[in-house]
Design a protein around this ligand. Structure first.
Ligand SMILES: [Zn+2]
Length: 192
C-alpha cells in the first residue's frame, strides 16, 4: 500500500509507466483494483473509492494506491477523523464531538482511544519531519499543547500550511496530513 496525493494524477502516471516503485528503482504497472471502499466525508456525504493496484516488475510487490484523504481501514475520511481529534485536543468531550459531526459517540470513542499513547508520539514525529522539510522555522515557534495529540496535530497542520505556501500545493490541509501520515492518522481499528 502506498498513499497518493491525487489518485487521478497517480493513475495517469501509472498508465504511462511513469510511477516508480516505492521500494526500489523499478516502474509500476497497472494490476487491477483493490476492493471498493465506501467512506463518509463531513456531513455524511458518501465517497466511493476503488483504489487501483500496481505491481512492480522488478521486485514483484503489489501495491494499492490509497488516496491521501482516506485513513487505512476506517470508514471516515481524514478530514472527519482529524476534525474529531483536533476538537479533542482543544478539550471537547466525545459527546460534543459526536453531536457536531453527527456520528455515534461510540465511534468517536474508538477514534480517540486509537489516537492515544504511542500513536500520538508517532504522529508528532511525522509532524517534526514534515515541518522540517517544508519550513524548519515552524519548529522554533512550536506552541506547547497540553497533550501529545495537540502537539502532533499543531505541527502537522503547520507543515501542511507551509507546504501549500512553499510549493503552491492545491491540496487541502487534511489531504496533506493524510499524505504526511501515510494513511495512518489512526492505526487500523482493533478487531473485536
Ligand atoms: Zn519494486
Amino acid at each position: 500500500m502506498f498513499v497518493v496525493a491525487s489518485p487521478e494524477h497517480a493513475s495517469a502516471l501509472l498508465d504511462a509507466g511513469k510511477l516508480g516503485c516505492p521500494g526500489g528503482a523499478g516502474a509500476l504497472r497497472p494490476h487491477g483494483y483493490g476492493r471498493i471502499r465506501r467512506v463518509r466525508s463531513l456531513g455524511h456525504t458518501p465517497v466511493t473509492v476503488r483504489p487501483r493496484r500496481a505491481r512492480c516488475f522488478s521486485c514483484a510487490v503489489t501495491h494499492v494506491l490509497l488516496p491521501a484523504g482516506l485513513v487505512l481501514r476506517w470508514a471516515d475520511t481524514v478530514e472527519v477523523i482529524g476534525t474529531a481529534l483536533a476538537a479533542k485536543a482543544r478539550g471537547d468531550g466525545r459527546r460534543t464531538i459526536a453531536a457536531r459531526l453527527d456520528r455515534p459517540a461510540s465511534t468517536v470513542r474508538r477514534w480517540l482511544c486509537r489516537a492515544r499513547g504511542p500513536h500520538a508520539d508517532w504522529l508528532y514525529e511525522q509532524g517534526v519531519q514534515h515541518a522540517y522539510r517544508a519550513d524548519p522555522d515552524i519548529l522554533n515557534h512550536d506552541v506547547i499543547w497540553p497533550t501529545a495529540l495537540g502537539d502532533a496535530l499543531n505541527l502537522l497542520a503547520g507543515a501542511a500550511l507551509a507546504c501549500q505556501q512553499r510549493w503552491d500545493s492545491p491540496l487541502p490541509v487534511w489531504t496533506l496530513i493524510g499524505l504526511f501520515t501515510r494513511g495512518r492518522l489512526l492505526p487500523p481499528p482493533l478487531r473485536i
